[in-house]
Design a protein around this ligand. Structure first.
Ligand code: HEC
Ligand SMILES: [Cu+2]
Length: 414
């Protein structure tokens, strides 16, 4: 009994700590909404269902945690080893064992029960409010392997959500079967409040995942498969999300947002988008017609007889002397005359041998050889490596032949 009395302050301070933590967390709960549990800022019933289910299970878990933890703490303290006191040795207790087995099973039954109760709110969309917006009747999604999330009265705003590397594309279903004239947007989806919005989620390339935490659970966008989900927002605002499936190097920038506006504002936005698409189509048609008219006029102006083809002028004869004197600056071929003397070219440079002298015994083929491969034979008294080695590249073969012909004629007075 003495031990029990002594343990009171410890129990009180434990209880106090729990109360303090609770008081600190309660006001911060809106700021920490995403930290403590799932969000539901938009007021979408599915998100609220997920959130309340989460906190229900959280509460059950907390009660069990405090109960079990407290019992252990109490037992450890109350029955701690003390000199002169022998602990009671209990072996087997049927009532206790059946109790904690059945108790645990009951907890699981309770959790599945509340989950099943909440499932309807999470999975099945309600009807839109009276002033909600809905897609034309024949724009409803055709059921595939997965069931479209359509409210009981079948009236919802149907939007195609397509994930592609690295953005989200939204297309608003309309009455005709042509999806190319649908109102569309990227990244930000605009929706009316009080309206059940039904989403058809698909992927164009790799797997993505649609997730706006405030608007309910994640839905995978899988290539070749169609998923459906929905939301119904009551609070106007912008709800942000992010592709939730690593889809490549741009994954981090694959953001998404849903902007909820009043149904009236939505109708205006939608009409504006529709008009902008119609105007763009009109502009394209005008430009196309103008182009066609221009082509027709040009075809008419054409002479009936095919025009006489202009005879290409013969390529200007290549001037070997000019190459010798000036080189070919465009390709970097240095002028021979800057290093060699050649009387006919009026050059008397002396970096290399005087060509009038050294080439006297050579024929055209030999001259060509020594231009292309200067290092084959080094002229006496001259250093190797000064004469450029690249004339085979900087001169075309026509230029080289013209140059050789010129030198041959100049040296041999032809
Ligand atoms: C930067 C200076 C320089 C330029 C430019 C140059 N050469 Fe040379 N050339 C030399 C030198 C130095 C030698 C001697 C060393 C050797 O044979 O490599 C030489 C050697 C030669 C020889 C060999 C002479 C022999 O011994 O039979 C011929 C032929 C020749 N040059 C022709 C030309 C022609 C044609 C051009 C222009 C397309 C030209 N060179 C441009 C410096 C030059
Ligand atoms: Cu992605």
């Amino acid at each position: 009994m003495r031990a029990l009395i002594r343990s009171r302050p410890a129990q009180t301070s434990l209880l106090g700590a729990i109360v303090v933590v609770g008081c600190v967390l309660a006001p911060a709960s809106t700021a920490l909404a995403g930290v403590l549990g799932p969000d539901s800022a938009g007021g979408s019933p599915n998100a609220e269902g997920i959130r309340s289910l989460y906190f229900l299970i959280f509460a059950i878990a907390l009660i069990i945690f405090v109960g079990v933890g407290g019992l252990i703490a109490f037992t450890v303290y109350r029955f701690r080893a003390r000199p002169g006191v022998e602990a009671q040795q209990t072996k087997g207790n049927n009532r206790l064992e059946i109790g904690w087995t059945v108790g645990a099973a009951l907890v699981l039954v309770l959790i599945s029960l509340v989950t099943f109760l909440k499932l309807d709110q999470i999975r099945n969309p309600p009807n839109s409010d009276a002033n909600g917006v809905s897609s034309p009747r024949n724009a409803s999604f055709t059921p595939g392997p997965a069931k479209p999330a359509i409210p009981p009265n079948g009236r919802s705003l149907n939007i195609d959500v397509t994930g592609q590397q690295y953005l989200w594309r939204y297309s608003y279903a309309d009455a005709d079967t042509n999806s190319l004239n649908n109102v569309f947007s990227y990244e930000q989806m605009v929706v009316p409040t009080g309206t059940t919005v039904s989403l058809r989620i698909r992927a164009q390339d790799v797997q993505h995942s649609w997730w706006i935490p405030d608007l309910g659970g994640k839905f995978d966008a899988v290539p070749g498969y169609t998923n459906y989900t929905w939301f119904k927002i009551s609070e106007p605002g912008v709800y942000r999300g992010q592709c939730a499936e690593l889809c490549g190097r741009g994954h981090a920038t694959m953001i998404a947002s849903v902007k909820a506006v009043s149904p009236a504002a939505f109708r205006v936005w939608y009409a504006e988008q529709k008009a902008a698409i119609a105007a763009a189509k009109q502009d394209a048609a005008t430009a196309r017609n103008a182009l066609l008219a221009k082509q027709e006029a040009a075809a008419k102006a054409m002479p009936s007889e095919p025009a006489v083809k202009a005879v290409p002028a013969p390529a200007a004869a290549i001037d070997g002397k000019k190459i010798f004197v000036a080189g070919v600056p465009a390709t970097g071929a240095l002028a021979c005359g800057s290093c060699h003397a050649l009387k006919d070219a009026g050059s008397n440079a002396a970096v290399g041998p005087n060509l009038d002298v050294v080439l006297k015994p050579d024929n055209a083929a030999m001259i060509k050889e020594s231009i292309l491969y200067p290092n084959k034979e080094i002229a006496k008294g001259y250093a190797k490596g000064i004469m450029p080695l690249n004339y085979g590249k900087t001169l075309t073969s026509a230029q080289l032949n013209a140059l050789v012909k010129y030198i041959d004629e100049a040296v041999h007075g032809k």
